[in-house]
Design a protein around this ligand. Structure first.
Ligand SMILES: O=C(O)CCC(=O)C(=O)O
Length: 278
């Protein structure tokens, strides 16, 4: 028995590669974060959703949210008590614009060694089959690294009719057996968790309302960066390894510099010449 999860839940996660719906965050709390997300966009003239890797550096509410006890208790049961948030992202999927997420493994691009990262995806609005909730492919985490085809069809907001893959490189695993996919439907405040090797993706949202989730990428402190040295945020326990630099605490004064750095990261992440690591 873990701190929060039952033996059955832990066993299910290890066997299937995902777990949902998980509880412990109120819909009101999820709504507060939505409000802060909206304020950020009004104040900065840019949506926090454009930053592919460091949503928690955008505003204090996002910085605090990656420390949500309910989520870290679940993560601790799976990866142990010393936890770094190496990244996070707001997934804002408007209705009717065609945005989707192709089948992919987080492990193919995040450069974590060993592959022990877990991704928590928190529903800030309801997420269901009709509005393109996250889908997971059971047991795919046991298959090792899949090949990803990089199409660069990754331009939400680009010319009408273009494909709108929300992933930086439009990376996609081909020929997944769609009939086996699980739709991880969630109510606001509920969350799912998946292994970094679990193939996942989502369909466009045609519900008439925006669908928003906040995901964060958590690693035990003994995981190294297989790319260059990078920053992360300690969210629980102690870091006895020091493999990662420290993310800057987001403050109003630092924000322009943080936004500039996040945009540079985005450019790197979407640049074919820049090495990613599986
Ligand atoms: O929100 C989505 O539709 C996709 C999310 C995703 O790929 C992730 O959190 O790793």
């Amino acid at each position: 028995m873990g701190k929060t999860l039952t033996d059955e839940q832990i066993e299910f996660y290890r066997r299937e590669g995902y777990l949902y719906p998980l509880e412990g965050i109120t819909p009101e709390r999820a709504n507060e974060l939505l409000g802060a997300l909206d304020d950020f966009e009004k104040e900065q003239g840019v949506s926090a959703g454009v930053f592919k890797l460091k949503g928690h550096l955008c505003f204090p509410e996002a910085w605090d949210f990656v420390r949500e006890k309910a989520i870290l208790d679940v993560a601790e049961d799976l990866i142990g008590p010393n936890i770094l948030a190496f990244g996070s992202r707001f997934w804002i999927k408007p209705s009717g614009d065609g945005s989707f997420v192709s089948w992919h493994q987080d492990s193919a691009y995040f450069g974590c060694d060993p592959h022990e990262m877990v991704t928590c995806w928190v529903a800030l609005t309801e997420a269901n089959e009709g509005n393109g909730c996250l889908r997971a492919m059971p047991k795919s985490h046991l298959q090792g690294g899949y090949e990803h085809l990089e199409s660069y069809e990754n331009a939400p907001g680009d010319a009408p009719g273009e494909k709108k893959n929300m992933l930086g490189r439009g990376q996609a695993i081909q020929n997944m057996d769609e009939s086996k996919a699980i739709h991880m439907e969630l109510k606001p405040g509920q969350f799912s968790i998946h292994d970094e090797r679990t193939a996942h993706g989502s369909f466009p949202n045609n519900s008439g309302k925006v669908r928003i989730g906040y995901s964060f990428f958590l690693i035990p402190t003994h995981v190294k960066s297989a790319l260059e040295r990078r920053p992360a945020t300690l969210v629980r326990g102690v870091d006895e390894y020091g493999y990662w630099d420290t993310d800057p605490v987001p403050t109003k004064e630092r924000l322009p510099e943080i936004i500039k750095t996040m945009l540079e990261h985005n450019a790197q992440y979407t640049n074919p010449a820049f090495k990613q690591d599986a």
